[in-house]
Ligand binder design. Structure first.
Ligand code: ZN
Length: 322
Protein backbone atom coordinates (compact mmCIF):
# COMPACT_ATOMS: atom_id res chain seq x y z
CA UNK A 1 0.00 0.00 0.00
CA UNK A 2 2.80 2.38 0.88
CA UNK A 3 4.45 1.87 -2.50
CA UNK A 4 1.33 3.03 -4.36
CA UNK A 5 1.79 6.29 -6.25
CA UNK A 6 -0.98 8.10 -4.40
CA UNK A 7 -0.63 11.53 -5.95
CA UNK A 8 -1.64 10.51 -9.51
CA UNK A 9 -4.59 8.56 -8.09
CA UNK A 10 -5.69 11.52 -6.01
CA UNK A 11 -5.31 13.85 -9.03
CA UNK A 12 -7.47 11.50 -11.05
CA UNK A 13 -10.18 11.51 -8.38
CA UNK A 14 -9.84 15.22 -7.64
CA UNK A 15 -8.66 16.90 -10.87
CA UNK A 16 -9.58 20.50 -10.04
CA UNK A 17 -11.53 23.01 -12.11
CA UNK A 18 -15.16 22.24 -12.86
CA UNK A 19 -14.62 18.59 -11.96
CA UNK A 20 -12.90 19.66 -8.77
CA UNK A 21 -13.54 17.94 -5.47
CA UNK A 22 -13.06 19.43 -2.03
CA UNK A 23 -12.08 17.36 1.00
CA UNK A 24 -12.92 19.18 4.23
CA UNK A 25 -11.36 17.70 7.36
CA UNK A 26 -12.97 18.11 10.77
CA UNK A 27 -11.06 18.28 14.05
CA UNK A 28 -11.97 19.39 17.57
CA UNK A 29 -9.18 19.31 20.15
CA UNK A 30 -5.51 18.73 19.39
CA UNK A 31 -4.02 17.29 22.58
CA UNK A 32 -0.47 17.60 23.80
CA UNK A 33 -0.89 13.93 24.81
CA UNK A 34 -3.58 11.28 24.24
CA UNK A 35 -6.48 11.41 26.71
CA UNK A 36 -9.33 8.88 27.16
CA UNK A 37 -11.51 11.71 28.53
CA UNK A 38 -11.20 13.70 25.31
CA UNK A 39 -12.46 11.35 22.57
CA UNK A 40 -13.00 14.38 20.30
CA UNK A 41 -9.26 15.05 20.38
CA UNK A 42 -6.27 13.86 18.38
CA UNK A 43 -2.76 13.68 19.86
CA UNK A 44 -0.19 16.21 18.62
CA UNK A 45 1.95 13.44 17.17
CA UNK A 46 -0.88 12.00 15.05
CA UNK A 47 -1.99 15.47 14.00
CA UNK A 48 1.57 16.32 12.90
CA UNK A 49 1.72 13.17 10.78
CA UNK A 50 -1.64 13.98 9.20
CA UNK A 51 -0.63 17.56 8.39
CA UNK A 52 2.64 16.33 6.84
CA UNK A 53 0.67 13.89 4.66
CA UNK A 54 -1.81 16.59 3.75
CA UNK A 55 1.00 18.94 2.76
CA UNK A 56 2.56 16.27 0.56
CA UNK A 57 -0.59 15.10 -1.19
CA UNK A 58 -3.05 18.00 -1.23
CA UNK A 59 -3.48 21.69 -2.02
CA UNK A 60 -4.86 23.05 1.23
CA UNK A 61 -6.74 26.36 0.99
CA UNK A 62 -8.83 28.36 3.48
CA UNK A 63 -12.44 27.16 3.61
CA UNK A 64 -14.02 30.44 2.43
CA UNK A 65 -11.67 30.50 -0.58
CA UNK A 66 -12.44 26.85 -1.27
CA UNK A 67 -16.18 27.64 -1.24
CA UNK A 68 -15.69 30.55 -3.68
CA UNK A 69 -13.63 28.32 -5.98
CA UNK A 70 -16.11 25.46 -5.70
CA UNK A 71 -18.79 27.95 -6.78
CA UNK A 72 -16.75 29.26 -9.74
CA UNK A 73 -15.41 25.85 -10.80
CA UNK A 74 -11.79 26.84 -10.17
CA UNK A 75 -10.66 24.51 -7.39
CA UNK A 76 -7.04 23.36 -7.56
CA UNK A 77 -6.50 19.63 -8.04
CA UNK A 78 -6.53 17.65 -4.77
CA UNK A 79 -8.17 20.53 -2.90
CA UNK A 80 -8.55 20.26 0.85
CA UNK A 81 -9.53 22.49 3.79
CA UNK A 82 -8.83 21.98 7.49
CA UNK A 83 -11.46 22.91 10.09
CA UNK A 84 -11.75 22.77 13.89
CA UNK A 85 -15.05 22.94 15.79
CA UNK A 86 -15.98 24.63 19.07
CA UNK A 87 -13.05 26.99 19.85
CA UNK A 88 -10.72 24.96 22.06
CA UNK A 89 -7.67 26.74 23.46
CA UNK A 90 -5.38 23.96 22.25
CA UNK A 91 -6.18 24.98 18.67
CA UNK A 92 -3.94 27.98 19.43
CA UNK A 93 -1.39 26.39 21.76
CA UNK A 94 -0.94 22.93 20.17
CA UNK A 95 -2.41 22.93 16.65
CA UNK A 96 -1.29 26.34 15.37
CA UNK A 97 2.48 25.70 15.65
CA UNK A 98 1.99 22.45 13.70
CA UNK A 99 -0.18 24.13 11.05
CA UNK A 100 2.47 26.83 10.67
CA UNK A 101 5.28 24.30 10.33
CA UNK A 102 3.52 22.83 7.30
CA UNK A 103 2.08 26.09 5.96
CA UNK A 104 -1.50 24.82 6.29
CA UNK A 105 -4.37 27.34 6.51
CA UNK A 106 -7.29 26.46 8.79
CA UNK A 107 -10.73 27.56 9.96
CA UNK A 108 -11.85 27.45 13.62
CA UNK A 109 -15.62 27.44 14.28
CA UNK A 110 -16.27 29.11 17.61
CA UNK A 111 -19.24 28.74 19.98
CA UNK A 112 -18.95 32.26 21.42
CA UNK A 113 -20.80 31.54 24.69
CA UNK A 114 -17.87 29.49 25.99
CA UNK A 115 -15.11 32.03 25.32
CA UNK A 116 -13.29 33.43 28.37
CA UNK A 117 -13.52 30.60 30.87
CA UNK A 118 -16.63 28.70 29.75
CA UNK A 119 -16.84 24.95 29.49
CA UNK A 120 -18.98 22.83 27.20
CA UNK A 121 -21.21 20.31 28.99
CA UNK A 122 -19.27 17.35 27.58
CA UNK A 123 -16.02 18.71 29.03
CA UNK A 124 -17.75 19.30 32.37
CA UNK A 125 -18.81 15.63 32.47
CA UNK A 126 -15.35 14.49 31.29
CA UNK A 127 -13.45 16.50 33.89
CA UNK A 128 -15.85 15.54 36.67
CA UNK A 129 -15.53 11.83 35.93
CA UNK A 130 -11.76 12.10 35.52
CA UNK A 131 -11.45 13.00 39.22
CA UNK A 132 -14.46 11.03 40.57
CA UNK A 133 -13.90 8.05 42.82
CA UNK A 134 -15.87 5.11 44.27
CA UNK A 135 -19.62 4.54 43.83
CA UNK A 136 -21.45 7.27 41.94
CA UNK A 137 -25.22 7.37 42.16
CA UNK A 138 -27.17 9.23 39.47
CA UNK A 139 -30.40 7.23 39.80
CA UNK A 140 -32.31 10.38 40.85
CA UNK A 141 -31.43 11.84 37.42
CA UNK A 142 -32.43 8.58 35.74
CA UNK A 143 -28.78 8.15 34.72
CA UNK A 144 -27.90 5.00 36.62
CA UNK A 145 -25.43 4.00 39.31
CA UNK A 146 -21.73 3.71 38.50
CA UNK A 147 -18.59 2.29 40.05
CA UNK A 148 -15.83 4.81 39.43
CA UNK A 149 -13.07 3.28 41.52
CA UNK A 150 -10.75 2.54 38.54
CA UNK A 151 -9.65 4.87 35.78
CA UNK A 152 -10.97 2.58 33.02
CA UNK A 153 -14.36 2.43 34.81
CA UNK A 154 -14.39 6.21 34.88
CA UNK A 155 -13.55 6.43 31.17
CA UNK A 156 -16.21 3.83 30.27
CA UNK A 157 -18.82 5.59 32.42
CA UNK A 158 -17.95 8.87 30.76
CA UNK A 159 -18.48 7.44 27.25
CA UNK A 160 -21.82 5.90 28.19
CA UNK A 161 -23.10 8.99 30.00
CA UNK A 162 -22.07 11.15 27.06
CA UNK A 163 -24.29 9.14 24.71
CA UNK A 164 -27.23 9.28 27.13
CA UNK A 165 -26.92 13.01 27.75
CA UNK A 166 -26.36 14.08 24.15
CA UNK A 167 -29.99 14.11 23.05
CA UNK A 168 -31.62 15.28 26.27
CA UNK A 169 -33.27 18.72 25.98
CA UNK A 170 -30.56 21.36 26.33
CA UNK A 171 -31.62 22.64 29.77
CA UNK A 172 -31.84 19.12 31.25
CA UNK A 173 -28.48 18.19 29.76
CA UNK A 174 -26.76 21.22 31.26
CA UNK A 175 -28.48 20.63 34.64
CA UNK A 176 -27.34 17.01 34.62
CA UNK A 177 -23.75 18.02 33.79
CA UNK A 178 -23.81 20.58 36.62
CA UNK A 179 -25.12 18.02 39.14
CA UNK A 180 -22.49 15.49 38.03
CA UNK A 181 -19.78 18.14 38.50
CA UNK A 182 -21.09 19.10 41.96
CA UNK A 183 -21.19 15.49 43.13
CA UNK A 184 -17.56 15.00 42.15
CA UNK A 185 -16.73 17.87 44.48
CA UNK A 186 -13.63 19.04 42.61
CA UNK A 187 -12.81 22.40 41.10
CA UNK A 188 -12.94 21.82 37.38
CA UNK A 189 -10.57 23.59 35.00
CA UNK A 190 -11.81 26.72 33.24
CA UNK A 191 -9.13 27.08 30.57
CA UNK A 192 -10.43 24.68 27.91
CA UNK A 193 -11.73 27.25 25.52
CA UNK A 194 -10.13 30.28 23.89
CA UNK A 195 -10.28 33.66 25.56
CA UNK A 196 -11.27 36.68 23.46
CA UNK A 197 -7.61 37.74 23.35
CA UNK A 198 -6.54 34.28 22.24
CA UNK A 199 -9.22 34.30 19.56
CA UNK A 200 -7.77 37.57 18.26
CA UNK A 201 -4.28 36.00 18.30
CA UNK A 202 -5.53 33.02 16.33
CA UNK A 203 -7.14 35.33 13.78
CA UNK A 204 -4.03 37.56 13.58
CA UNK A 205 -1.98 34.43 12.89
CA UNK A 206 -4.04 33.92 9.73
CA UNK A 207 -6.58 31.40 10.99
CA UNK A 208 -10.07 31.95 9.59
CA UNK A 209 -12.78 32.24 12.26
CA UNK A 210 -16.22 30.73 11.63
CA UNK A 211 -19.57 30.75 13.47
CA UNK A 212 -20.86 27.78 15.50
CA UNK A 213 -23.79 29.33 17.52
CA UNK A 214 -23.57 30.87 20.99
CA UNK A 215 -24.16 27.85 23.23
CA UNK A 216 -23.85 24.85 20.87
CA UNK A 217 -27.47 23.64 21.04
CA UNK A 218 -28.98 21.01 18.77
CA UNK A 219 -30.70 23.60 16.55
CA UNK A 220 -33.51 21.22 15.55
CA UNK A 221 -34.63 21.16 19.20
CA UNK A 222 -35.10 24.94 19.45
CA UNK A 223 -37.97 27.19 18.41
CA UNK A 224 -37.14 29.40 15.42
CA UNK A 225 -36.63 32.61 17.39
CA UNK A 226 -34.10 31.01 19.69
CA UNK A 227 -32.33 29.26 16.81
CA UNK A 228 -31.97 32.56 14.94
CA UNK A 229 -30.63 34.30 18.03
CA UNK A 230 -28.07 31.49 18.47
CA UNK A 231 -26.92 31.80 14.84
CA UNK A 232 -27.02 35.59 14.39
CA UNK A 233 -25.90 36.51 17.94
CA UNK A 234 -22.85 34.27 17.63
CA UNK A 235 -21.82 35.92 14.37
CA UNK A 236 -22.24 39.44 15.77
CA UNK A 237 -20.22 38.62 18.90
CA UNK A 238 -17.36 37.04 16.94
CA UNK A 239 -17.24 39.96 14.50
CA UNK A 240 -17.11 42.34 17.46
CA UNK A 241 -14.14 40.49 18.95
CA UNK A 242 -11.99 40.06 15.84
CA UNK A 243 -13.28 43.16 14.01
CA UNK A 244 -13.47 41.23 10.74
CA UNK A 245 -16.16 39.36 8.81
CA UNK A 246 -17.09 35.81 9.87
CA UNK A 247 -17.55 34.12 6.48
CA UNK A 248 -18.47 30.50 7.27
CA UNK A 249 -20.61 28.50 9.71
CA UNK A 250 -20.68 24.96 11.14
CA UNK A 251 -23.93 23.44 12.50
CA UNK A 252 -23.49 22.12 16.07
CA UNK A 253 -23.35 18.31 15.98
CA UNK A 254 -24.05 18.77 12.28
CA UNK A 255 -26.17 15.85 11.12
CA UNK A 256 -28.57 17.02 8.39
CA UNK A 257 -32.23 16.51 9.25
CA UNK A 258 -31.45 15.39 12.78
CA UNK A 259 -29.37 18.18 14.34
CA UNK A 260 -30.52 20.97 12.00
CA UNK A 261 -33.17 21.44 9.30
CA UNK A 262 -33.72 23.43 6.10
CA UNK A 263 -35.06 26.27 8.26
CA UNK A 264 -31.62 26.64 9.85
CA UNK A 265 -29.90 26.42 6.47
CA UNK A 266 -32.02 29.40 5.36
CA UNK A 267 -31.20 31.33 8.54
CA UNK A 268 -27.47 30.77 7.99
CA UNK A 269 -27.72 31.95 4.37
CA UNK A 270 -29.84 34.99 5.28
CA UNK A 271 -27.31 35.96 7.98
CA UNK A 272 -24.77 36.62 5.23
CA UNK A 273 -22.58 33.55 5.51
CA UNK A 274 -20.92 32.47 2.23
CA UNK A 275 -21.21 28.80 3.10
CA UNK A 276 -21.60 26.23 5.88
CA UNK A 277 -20.45 22.76 6.82
CA UNK A 278 -22.23 19.75 8.30
CA UNK A 279 -20.82 16.52 9.73
CA UNK A 280 -22.33 14.45 6.97
CA UNK A 281 -19.43 12.38 5.60
CA UNK A 282 -17.92 12.75 2.14
CA UNK A 283 -16.27 15.24 -0.21
CA UNK A 284 -17.84 18.23 -1.95
CA UNK A 285 -18.29 18.79 -5.70
CA UNK A 286 -19.85 21.66 -7.64
CA UNK A 287 -23.22 19.93 -7.22
CA UNK A 288 -23.00 20.12 -3.43
CA UNK A 289 -25.12 22.54 -1.40
CA UNK A 290 -22.63 25.24 -0.36
CA UNK A 291 -24.57 25.63 2.90
CA UNK A 292 -24.32 21.94 3.82
CA UNK A 293 -20.86 20.86 2.76
CA UNK A 294 -19.80 17.42 4.01
CA UNK A 295 -16.71 16.86 6.17
CA UNK A 296 -14.88 13.88 7.53
CA UNK A 297 -12.22 12.88 10.05
CA UNK A 298 -9.43 10.69 8.74
CA UNK A 299 -7.98 8.71 11.62
CA UNK A 300 -4.95 7.09 10.00
CA UNK A 301 -1.71 8.70 11.02
CA UNK A 302 0.69 7.02 8.58
CA UNK A 303 1.10 8.98 5.34
CA UNK A 304 0.18 6.19 2.90
CA UNK A 305 -2.91 5.11 4.81
CA UNK A 306 -3.96 8.71 5.35
CA UNK A 307 -3.81 9.43 1.60
CA UNK A 308 -5.65 6.21 0.85
CA UNK A 309 -8.37 7.14 3.36
CA UNK A 310 -8.72 10.52 1.63
CA UNK A 311 -9.00 8.79 -1.76
CA UNK A 312 -11.64 6.39 -0.41
CA UNK A 313 -13.71 9.29 0.82
CA UNK A 314 -13.74 10.68 -2.73
CA UNK A 315 -15.26 7.53 -4.14
CA UNK A 316 -17.85 7.32 -1.37
CA UNK A 317 -16.14 4.66 0.72
CA UNK A 318 -16.03 4.59 4.50
CA UNK A 319 -13.93 7.56 5.42
CA UNK A 320 -15.36 8.62 8.68
CA UNK A 321 -15.55 7.31 12.17
CA UNK A 322 -17.64 10.02 13.73
ZN1 ZN B 1 -19.24 21.65 17.89
Amino acid sequence: MFGLPMKPLLSLLSPGGRRGRLSILIYHRVLARDDPFAPWGIGAEGFTAQMAALRNHFNVIPLSEAIARLRSGSLPPRAAAVTFDDGYRDNLTVALPILRRYGIPATVFVASGFLDGGRMWNDTVAEALRVADGPFDLTDLDLGRWDLSEVDHRAAAFHQLLQRLKYLPQARRIDAATVIAERCGADLPTDFMLSSDELRSLHSAGVEIGGHTKTHPILAGLDDGLALSEIAGNRERLQEIIRAPIPVFAYPNGRPGRDYTETHVRMVRDCGYVGAVSTSSGTATRNSDLYQLPRFTPWDVTAGRFALRMARSMVGGTAARV
